[in-house]
Design a protein around this ligand. Structure first.
Ligand code: DNO
Length: 346
């Protein structure tokens, strides 16, 4: 069981994380380097040291971001891919075993609201397609979670134009090119690469998104058949679409799920959902069935509770407060403990 920690600047300090009784490892990243550049060994080592000083390990990175030129297949991509490979080597040198990344053009995860109230007085992230689409990124200045605010408006317009010719097939081809360079390095270094699904799992603002459903998942896994070419199975991302059967998708990715982000979400209408507390009864996903499917498939990777609600008056980074994620970790650990025991026939 792991817990995401945004480094020394995170309002959720590592000593608090260490007090959640089920956490083994922190999930973190180097945040002081622009996307596409090589991470300093010093920065990697300081994350490892911080974890170990609290009795934790640092074995999972989320994320080593992929430069847009790689996703676009631009001529400069080879330099960024070489840097990416160097980051894989450096991380492996300091004990990292799993690297989460995504291949979403321009935007990472997207929400329309960062603090929509829930019936119990807490609040959480929510998505309403109508609201999102009304925020035309070419006209409005955006401020959404998952959005890289360092782009200027002109850069954003340029980037969106550059994607005009990129459809799903081209994006898949660019991903394959990237994997064919990175996966051999991951094999050499014993590191698992784990792509994160697109969140939400459908195209937005005319940009293609390709890690979205069962069919696309199959296609992704076939791009490079190495077991090192795997998935971060994020239930909240895939599960935002009621059409996705998560148990079936876990079977499709059997043996290739290296990291699981487990959280619940409540479907309100087509392309309209709100994140909820982790338990099955709080949302639309069957968390026990998900954990069973993972365990039945021999899942042996890292797990983390995902976005929590803001509860007990906590203020902080949307989705990444301490309290509700800690509750989620305890709940998920309980499910795994019971399902593993059941499987062993105890
Ligand atoms: C959101 C996260 C994502 C994830 C990246 C992985 O909370 O799950 O931002 O870290 O998509 O590259």
């Amino acid at each position: 069981m792991t817990f995401r920690w945004y480094g020394p600047g995170d309002p959720v300090s590592i000593d608090k994380i260490a007090q959640i009784p089920v956490i083994d490892s922190v999930v973190s990243a180097v945040y002081d380097v622009p996307v596409g550049e090589v991470w300093s060994e010093e920065s990697i080592l300081s994350l490892k040291n911080a974890a170990e000083a609290h009795g934790l390990t640092f074995e999972v990175v989320e994320s080593v971001p992929v430069h847009e030129d790689i996703k676009l297949g631009a001529p400069s991509r080879d330099r960024f891919i070489a840097n990416y490979c160097e980051n894989v080597r450096r991380l492996a040198k300091y004990g990292v075993k799993c690297i989460c990344y995504n291949f979403m053009p321009v935007f990472d995860w997207l929400r329309s609201e960062m603090a929509r109230p829930l019936a119990d007085g807490s609040n959480s992230l929510a998505y309403d397609e109508e609201t999102v689409l009304s925020l035309n990124p070419l006209k409005t200045s955006l401020s959404l979670p998952g959005w890289d605010e360092s782009y200027t408006h002109e850069q954003l317009v340029g980037l969106l134009n550059a994607y005009k010719d990129i459809d799903e097939d081209k994006l898949f081809a660019n991903l394959k090119y990237f994997l064919n360079a990175v996966i051999p390095v991951a094999e050499e270094c014993d590191v698992n690469m784990a792509i994160h699904p697109d969140d939400p799992p459908w195209g937005i603002f005319g940009l293609p998104r390709i890690i979205t459903d069962a069919e696309h998942l199959r296609r992704f896994l076939a791009l490079n058949p190495s077991v090192r070419n795997g998935v971060t199975f994020c239930t909240g991302s895939f599960g935002a679409s009621p059409a996705n059967d998560l148990v079936e998708m876990i079977k499709i990715a059997e043996g290739r799920i290296h990291f699981a982000h487990l959280r619940n979400v409540r479907h309100d209408a087509a392309r309209k959902f709100q994140e909820t507390a982790h338990p099955t009864r709080s949302g639309s996903l069957d968390m026990l069935a998900i954990v069973r499917a993972l365990v039945d498939g021999g899942f042996d990777g890292y797990v983390r509770p995902d976005h929590g609600r803001m509860i007990w008056g906590e203020k902080g980074k949307p989705g990444y407060g301490l309290y509700d994620r800690a509750l989620g970790a305890m709940y998920l650990y309980g499910l795994f403990e019971a399902v593993y025991a059941e499987k062993k026939g105890r």
